[in-house]
Write a protein that binds this ligand. Structure first.
Ligand code: NAD
Length: 508
């Protein structure tokens, strides 16, 4: 059922869609244009974090399955059935693919919610439309990236031709399973590459369906393959594979560093990294609208249960407005996110992705308490929801940047408010982190805003807003948040390489 038809589904409808979906979950891998079991028949359980129940036993891809998928992708690439067809033909297939994602919005959305606990309302309003936009944007870009003809002497002609890379390996995280995978596969496919995707093992159910829809849209077999499995086995085998030309990774900084090593240990493949973050939002005393700023503060750290790479988890507040800011945050933000059943479209906070994540976040909260931060609300698991991996939205005040809650990526609904005096101190605190993904700046003063924009070490900076943007905006980090750029035309171009062709012209 398409997006337009599911926008008004109520809780009961989603519960019944979920019941039906659970009876026919696709558990297999997708290689060479079809579903298949793992070579050794292995399986792993995927759990619903809202109730702890096993949803399905998924096929567990091992290095042999990665070999098979890469071989299939390589054969498909070399056949030219995708890489050499007219750009507009590829474009039409990708448009049809985006159309099928829309047509299947209901089943894709419910898989996402069941598997990682994301509120169904968010999946329908944000994730699925963003997946469709990404595929369409990259399809539109196919014939908009040009090579070049350079200025040479009169007896030569030199051109740079843009070509696809070959087989692209993609490794994606679980926090936006479909969207993070699509930020990679859409530009890779649009540029004419073939793809092997290894989704996160915590949320493996939805991405494999994308590959099926691609083939139904007319995509040739072997062009888009999906191998579910563990990071240390299937993911590592993909990153070490000698026939993979580029490895595009989104996940933790720790694993991003391993991916760089695997590239060096194998074929020096290109590596694109989108990693963790500990993003600051800086609230200057002269901000234009306290209510809007506080809204952006709690939405920026509680949305998607705080499981957002660019979450504004460090809230730097200038001292003259500190008390008022905290007071309003408590008044407006304390009950803004209420943990509940993610299949209820009115729910805006589901469980964390699994029990491990819940324990990790609760441990970080305990550290915050021990280190002397002031706990204003939350700080525990909600009563009555013990069957799921839930954590209450949590606000810490009087945090200093040395505390572990300010230094480590918590990846949960935990806000840390840090007081500061003046723009120079704000810049020093904001940049005192290994990360550099995103930042928010709130001030009426254009000079101050510009100075902060210039001095903040982050790949994305928002002024008087947070998490805004569209497909034209490059998304990616500085420092140990990685170096890739998703979403924009640069992303599409990064899945191509330039070939220099120099012609010596014969004299007449
Ligand atoms: P993770 O690093 O644990 O896993 C990410 C992926 O890497 C998974 O598919 C996993 O199976 C795989 N993997 C794990 N070990 C591997 C290995 N040794 N070799 C190859 N692959 C391996 O991250 P996660 O917990 O899934 O996701 C959360 C992290 O992702 C957070 O740090 C978050 O900030 C980051 N993230 C970043 C962005 C961004 O755009 N910068 C977007 C979303 C998430």
């Amino acid at each position: 059922m398409s997006l337009a038809k599911i926008e008004n589904h109520d809780h009961q409808q989603w519960a019944s869609v979920a019941d039906q979906a659970q009876s026919h979950i696709e558990t297999r891998l997708f290689i060479d244009g079809d579903y298949c079991d793992a070579v050794d028949g292995g399986r792993f359980a995927t759990i619903n974090p809202a109730n702890g129940e096993t949803l399905a036993e998924m096929s567990e891809g091992m290095p042999e399955d990665i070999d098979w998928a890469v071989a299939s992708a390589r054969t498909a690439f070399r056949s030219g059935a995708w890489s050499r067809i007219a750009p507009r033909e590829r474009m039409e297939i990708l448009y049809a693919f985006a159309g099928l994602v829309d047509e299947h919005a209901e089943d894709l959305a419910v898989l996402e919610t069941l598997d990682m606990g994301k509120p169904i309302g968010d999946v329908v309003a944000e994730d699925i439309p963003a997946v469709i936009d990404t595929i369409r944007f990259m399809a539109e870009g196919i014939d908009k990236i040009d090579g070049s003809v350079t200025n040479t002497d009169n007896d030569s002609l030199h051109m740079v031709i843009r070509e696809p890379l070959g087989v692209v390996g993609c490794i994606s995280p679980w926090n936006y399973p479909l969207l993070m995978a699509t930020w990679k596969i859409a530009p890779a496919l649009a540029a004419g590459n073939t793809v092997v995707l290894k989704p996160a093992e915590q949320a493996p159910m939805s991405c494999v369906r994308l590959a099926e829809l691609f083939v139904r849209a007319g995509g040739p077999p072997g062009v888009f393959n999906v191998v579910n499995g563990m990071g240390e086995t299937a993911g590592k085998a993909l990153a070490l594979h000698n026939d993979v030309a580029k490895l595009s990774f989104t996940g933790s900084t720790e694993v991003g560093k391993l991916i760089l090593q695997y590239a060096g240990q194998s074929n020096m493949k290109r590596v694109a990294l989108e990693c963790g973050g500990k993003s600051p939002q800086i609230f200057m005393a002269d901000l234009p609208d306290l209510e809007a700023a506080v809204d952006a503060a709690y939405n920026g750290v509680f949305a998607n249960m705080g499981e957002v790479c660019s979450a504004g988890s460090r809230l730097l507040v200038e001292r003259p407005i500190y008390d008022e800011f905290i007071g309003r945050f408590i008044a407006d933000g304390k009950d803004a996110y209420v943990p509940g059943d993610p299949l209820d479209p009115s729910c805006n906070m589901g469980p964390l992705v699994d029990r491990g994540a819940q324990q990790r976040v609760l441990t970080m909260i305990e550290k915050g308490k021990q280190e002397g931060a002031t706990l204003h609300f939350g700080g525990n698991a909600p009563h009555g929801l013990e069957h799921g991996a839930y954590v209450n939205p949590t606000l810490f005040g009087n945090v200093n940047n040395e505390m572990s809650i300010a230094r480590n990526e918590i990846f949960g609904p935990v806000a840390s408010v840090i007081p500061f005096d003046g723009p120079e101190e704000a810049i020093a605190i904001a940049n005192d982190t290994i990360y550099g993904l995103a930042a928010g700046i709130w001030t009426k003063d254009i000079n101050k805003a510009m100075r902060l924009v210039k001095n903040i070490e982050a790949g994305v900076v928002w002024v008087n807003s947070f998490e805004d943007g569209d497909m034209t905006q490059p998304f990616g980090g500085y420092k140990q948040s990685g170096h890739a750029r998703d979403k924009c035309m640069d992303s599409l171009k990064s899945y191509t390489q330039g070939k220099s062709a120099w012609f010596r012209l014969a004299s007449q």
